[in-house]
Design a protein around this ligand. Structure first.
Ligand code: SF4
Length: 149
């Protein structure tokens, strides 16, 4: 199976804080599958490290803003489009994306207040991939999925 996977879950130190979220159990379960590595934030041109960003979920229009108040909406949109295109061009049928990220989060994201408050919603890349028909899941759901194929 061709699967788009968040680069940070594969051990790439591309997170906003310059670290990875490498998940050995997930990597082991991906053996035998064709993995397409994506990092929407790097693909959107954001440097690593950078301040944390959140989607302003209470704003009337889409805004992604960092903890210093810089509006990074365009970079997030560009990176999410690029990551979605890469997944589609590679004929991925599903995506395993890092939970809670403003790009990769699936189902729950931070609310934009930088208080650690989670709300229902997808990160931008996760939402775009879902709209394009990919099965999108976070690393926790993915382990159950891969173990039961
Ligand atoms: Fe990981 Fe996605 Fe953030 Fe890149 S954008 S560091 S892949 S969660």
């Amino acid at each position: 199976m061709k699967i788009a996977v968040s680069a940070c879950l594969l051990g790439v130190p591309c997170r906003y804080d310059g670290r990875s979220k490498g998940d050995d159990e997930l990597v082991a379960l991906l053996a035998g599958h064709e993995v397409v590595r994506v990092c929407p934030e790097v693909m959107g041109g954001l440097s690593i490290p950078h301040p944390a960003n959140e989607i302003q979920t209470a704003a009337p229009e889409l805004r992604v803003v960092d903890s210093e108040g810089t509006d990074n909406t365009q970079a997030f949109l560009a990176g999410s489009r690029a990551a979605t295109k890469k997944a589609l061009d590679a004929a991925c049928t599903c995506a395993i994306l890092k939970a809670k990220s403003p790009s990769c989060g699936t189902g729950k994201i931070y609310d934009g207040s930088f208080t650690g408050t989670l709300v229902e919603g997808d990160g931008l890349a996760a939402g775009m991939m879902r709209e394009k028909g990919l099965r999108v899941m976070d690393e926790h759901e993915a382990k159950f999925f891969l173990q039961n194929l």
